[in-house]
Ligand binder design. Structure first.
Ligand code: NAP
Length: 240
């Protein structure tokens, strides 16, 4: 049995690629629209690294594949610790980050706080696409801000204009959004992947600078791959 820690497009693709193998995908259960993967699904936290280790002891799991979002640092740390404690083979599937292309003006930062401090030097009308977590770091920039999230933040912020939308987003729509709101600065996490990359090409076309927030580091000693094919190769190499 393979435990896939999910909540991402690639975790759903992985569950499909593993058809014929017993797979259970675990979801945090935070988003309202749960797009369920194929195979078995469990929903909700495990209760920290210890809870996950206990779950791994109770269930006949042969391997844990952490296919969570690159910014879901807590569950990734928990999975690494629980796998180490129980001896269950563990692999991280992490999509590649974004890379700048000619014409891009990108400013890399290490945190939402660092990004927020930089904004007033770069623009006046901000398009904030970092999800709902960490929004409050941008509350006091004094800049007009459009914040796009999948689900509404709680409490609902009053200091920004909120746009609720779920990707994938097309470049033409991103361009129209930038134009409609006279956006002159884009802020994003380095999530990577194709579903939300159109905002970056739209920013390039409008010559708008982008502030990127770097991914949290993976736990030390973790093995990571960046494709489903590599996960399948790794699984095939595990002793039976
Ligand atoms: P997080 O901060 O790393 O995790 C917080 C807690 O949520 C974990 O300690 C764990 O609770 C629970 N949890 C998270 N992912 C889980 C999973 N797949 N199965 C069971 N429990 C899980 O996570 P997050 O950033 O809030 O993200 C939550 C989920 O949304 C993740 O699964 C991630 O793949 C997905 N997601 C996140 C982002 C993002 O930007 N962070 C974007 C898109 C999708 P316990 O300690 O109780 O086990």
């Amino acid at each position: 049995m393979i435990l896939v820690l999910g909540g991402t497009t690639e975790s759903r693709q992985l569950a499909e690629a593993l058809t014929g193998t017993e797979v259970i995908t675990s979801l945090a259960g935070r988003t309202a629209d749960l797009r369920k993967p194929v195979g078995q699904v469990r929903v909700g936290g495990f209760g920290g690294a210890e809870g996950l280790a206990a779950w791994l002891r109770l269930n006949p799991v042969d391997a844990v594949i952490d296919a969570t979002h690159p910014f879901a640092a807590q569950i990734t740390a928990n999975a690494a610790a629980a796998a180490r404690e129980t001896g269950v083979p563990h692999l991280v599937l992490r999509r590649p980050g974004w890379t700048a292309a000619p014409g891009d003006t990108w400013h890399w930062t290490d945190s939402t706080q660092e990004a927020a401090a930089l904004l007033p030097t770069l623009g006046k009308r901000v398009f904030l696409t970092i999800g709902r977590q960490g929004l409050s770091a941008f509350k006091n920039t004094g800049l007009w801000t459009l914040a796009r999230c999948v689900d509404p933040p709680e409490p609902r912020p009053t200091w920004c204009t909120l746009l609720l939308a779920r990707g994938p987003f097309a470049e033409a729509d991103e361009l129209a959004l930038l134009d409609q709101h006279h956006i002159d600065l884009l802020v994003t996490k380095d999530s990577g992947g194709g579903a939300t990359a159109a905002k970056l090409t739209a920013a390039r076309r409008r010559e708008i600078p982008v502030v990127l927030i770097r991914r949290p580091a993976l736990p030390p000693g973790t093995t990571a791959v960046d494709s489903i094919d590599d996960v399948l190769v790794w699984l095939g190499s595990q002793p039976r």
